[in-house]
Design a protein around this ligand. Structure first.
Ligand SMILES: [Zn+2]
Length: 138
């Protein structure tokens, strides 16, 4: 499904022929047909990947990925992955490719491993040795 802002931005940025527009956007000239399909709204000819290439060239954010979960064979209720066998299911966050979960770093165990900035800060504030506290101030 082509998003309307893709069509609008492409229409605004269109200069001359579609092949010339491809060159102006840094897309290969063979994408002229793709641009034509986007402008005319021929959804079946434009994959999400192809539209995202054009969106990025237009300075738009790529479309978010949509995941369809199959209906659960046990409960048939709220969509969730797999079969819950009638038990409560935990909600999870699906990360996009390249995304990762960051956990806070543990503070170094020794004073010698602290950065100069953190040591200077600790000395100026006359902090007692509390690695957990230093980590929070980072
Ligand atoms: Zn279920």
């Amino acid at each position: 499904m082509i998003l309307s802002d893709t069509q609008e931005r492409l229409s605004e940025r269109r200069r001359g022929t579609l092949r010339e527009t491809c060159s102006a956007l840094g897309l290969p000239k063979k994408d002229a047909g793709l641009l034509s399909d986007i402008i005319r709204g021929i959804h079946t000819n434009v994959s999400d990947e192809a539209e995202n290439r054009v969106r990025v060239a237009l300075g738009l954010a790529p479309k978010p990925k949509v995941y369809q979960l199959p209906e659960c064979p046990s409960c048939g209720g709220e969509p969730h992955h797999g079969d819950c066998h009638g038990k409560t299911v935990a909600q999870v966050v699906v990360l996009a490719p390249g995304e990762r979960v960051r956990s806070p770093r543990k503070p170094p165990a020794k004073w010698a491993d602290y950065s100069v900035r953190l040591l200077a800060q600790a000395i100026a504030q006359r902090q007692p040795y509390q690695p957990e506290h230093l980590a929070v101030c980072r």
